[in-house]
Ligand binder design. Structure first.
Ligand code: NA7
Length: 553
């Protein structure tokens, strides 16, 4: 059983026996629980949500030659995901409008018991909740799931319209409205340019400015789309070049000591200067320039954020918000902004993984209690005392420099191996219970935390959704995407506590390996190797041949 959104699911589908895996197909009934329609609750259909280029922000096994822009918009991403779900016949397995409240491992029967609440539709009239019993449980709820509402006095007293960026009311018309937005993170940076086009006025309440990089978004011409469609090698080569580029900026994003870090900071500074030039923008530039290192917080990638801030109808408020009144936003120095609509672009409860789902593992082990001081898992996928359980986009798997889909595919292949072992045992009339050893989880997390401690994310001069309240980074991975793929493309069975009548069969496997999804350039490297060899040979021939000629004279 899988809890979570479609965007995370496809590899898990294979794990569970749909699509291409036929050996276990007949034995498996898989249920996907979906609370909302994927990508339907974003702030605007016009918003370009991804900071990753379209051709890399798609599954490796479902390439899309038809992306209309270099960066995908919300609508296009949603259409793509729905297309994948339809193609792989997922819809008949998905239960929409359903919420998981609790999942509990049943020690006696060695199964998961997951309590699902029906949120709407005719089914809700049948009964409010029911329990699904499964051999394996996968969480695909991810990190950016539950909205975080700010703790500002008077918020409930506001008489106008309030919307969180992730709970958008599509029926509300923002045209000609006086709007206030709290937050200047990646979400706000996408909402502001859109709203600024049609609202009457917009006050942007910034607590901390963000580093902004140029986006260089552009339409992909019909000719290029046809090239990508009919010459797949060109499309693959393009995707590989995007992967190479993204992996190359890893040092810049992660390592404050790297020379690339200084270079990339200078690009961001120049971007602001280009878009907010001249003395008349000096005050704006000062207010919008961060005083913490690049990449300490999530970087914004935008070409239209700064231009929007220059509009006459947009004002930047940097004073501390003292309260929300029935008519607007009050800031510390007695200023009051009258508004009709209050947008809370205040982020997500990123460090409370799986909140508010209650998970209980073997012997009543409470995940909520175990993670009270910060979530941790083995490879971000499995957790001690949670048998036959796996996570997609779990603790310490977020990337600040590359596409998350790479991580999710790697995790899916890993979980796939676990599920297959459980299903094979079941098929053979045996039982199998797998969970990572406590010392393995601890050792792994010590290593991850030690590496993160020297990263830009750990700089004490910023707060971010990467860190929990104690400053511990529980969201981000500590390396490149390729490093994670390599770390997760094998399963060492000795890392696991293995119980059940099939335990010995599994222990004897030692290690199970599979091919990682290779995204980076391969051909060119070989070509470069051959070319270098050719040049070296030519040089050697020239030198040696020259000597021969000289000696012959
Ligand atoms: P973020 O990146 O967590 O940003 C939240 C913003 O809201 C940020 O600017 C915060 O300021 C601001 N905020 C939060 N609470 C308050 C209060 N009480 N007062 C004033 N300002 C506040 O969330 P996003 O939704 O933009 O992005 C999350 C990820 O979703 C994004 O990185 C993408 O990967 C998708 P702060 O910086 O904390 O001073």
């Amino acid at each position: 059983m899988v809890v979570g959104t479609l965007s995370s699911l496809k590899r898990a589908i294979k794990s569970a026996g749909h699509g291409t895996i036929t050996s276990t197909r007949a034995a498996v009934a898989t249920v996907y629980i979906e609370r909302h329609v994927t990508w339907n609750c974003l702030a605007s259909r016009l918003i370009t949500e991804s900071s990753v280029l379209s051709h890399l922000y798609s599954f490796s096994f479902e390439p899309n030659a038809n992306w209309s822009r270099e960066y995908p918009g919300q609508k296009e991403i949603q259409e793509y995901l729905i297309g994948v779900a339809l193609k792989h016949e997922l819809y008949r397995h998905i239960r929409f409008n359903s919420s998981v409240d609790e999942a509990r491992w049943d020690d006696d029967n060695q199964k998961w018991r997951t309590v699902v609440t029906r949120l709407g539709g005719k089914e809700a009239e049948i009964g409010r909740s029911y329990t699904i019993i499964s051999d394996f449980l996968v969480s695909a709820v991810g990190q950016l799931n539950v909205p975080k509402y700010p703790d500002i006095p008077g918020l409930d007293s506001f008489a106008g319209k309030v919307m969180h960026s992730a709970r958008w009311d599509w029926d509300y018309d923002v045209r000609a409205k006086r709007v206030g937005i709290i937050g200047t993170g990646a979400t706000a940076a996408q909402i502001i340019p859109e709203i600024a086009q049609s609202c009457k006025s917009l006050v942007v309440c910034q607590r901390t400015p963000a580093w902004v990089m140029p986006r260089h978004d552009a339409p992909i011409s019909p000719t290029m789309r046809n090239v990508y469609k009919y010459v797949p090698l060109v499309r693959k080569r393009y995707r590989a070049s995007l992967m190479d580029f993204r992996e190359n900026v890893f040092d810049a994003a992660f390592d404050p000591e790297s020379s690339k870090h200084d270079f990339i900071t200078s690009i961001a500074r120049q971007h602001m200067l280009n878009q907010l030039p001249g003395d008349h923008n000096a005050d704006r530039r000062e207010k919008l320039t961060p005083d913490y290192p690049f990449s300490c917080k999530r970087i914004i990638v935008s070409d239209d954020y700064f231009p929007a801030m220059k509009r006459d109808r947009v004002s930047l408020e940097t004073g501390t918000i003292s309260e929300i009144t029935p008519t607007g936003i009050s800031v510390g120095d007695g200023v009051h902004h009258e508004i009709d609509l209050l947008i809370l672009a205040t982020g997500f409860r990123t460090t409370q993984f799986m909140y508010p789902i209650r998970i209980f593992g073997a012997g009543g082990y409470s995940l909520g209690e175990a993670w009270a001081n910060g979530a941790s898992a083995y490879l971000g996928i499995t957790v001690q005392n949670l048998p036959n359980f796996g996570m997609l986009y779990g603790p310490n798997t977020n990337l600040a420099h590359n596409s998350l889909i790479l991580q999710i595919e790697a995790q899916s292949l890993y979980i796939n191996t676990l599920i297959q072992a459980v299903l094979e045992s079941k098929h053979n009339g045996k039982t199998l219970r797998l969970e990572p050893k406590q010392e393995v989880v601890e050792r792994y997390n010590e290593e991850v935390q030690a590496r993160l401690a020297n990263s830009t994310f750990a700089d004490p001069n910023c707060t971010s959704w990467f860190k929990d309240e104690s400053g511990r980074i529980t969201t981000n991975w500590c390396g490149s995407a390729i490093a994670y793929q390599k770390r997760t493309n094998f399963l060492d069975w000795s890392d696991f506590e293995i119980l059940g009548t099939a335990a010995r069969d599994v222990e004897e496997k030692g290690q199970t390996r599979w091919n990682r999804v290779v995204e980076e350039t391969q051909i060119s490297n070989r070509m470069a190797g051959l070319a270098s060899l050719g040049v070296m040979t030519a040089c050697a021939l020239a030198v040696y041949g020259g000597r021969l000629l000289v000696s012959k004279r």
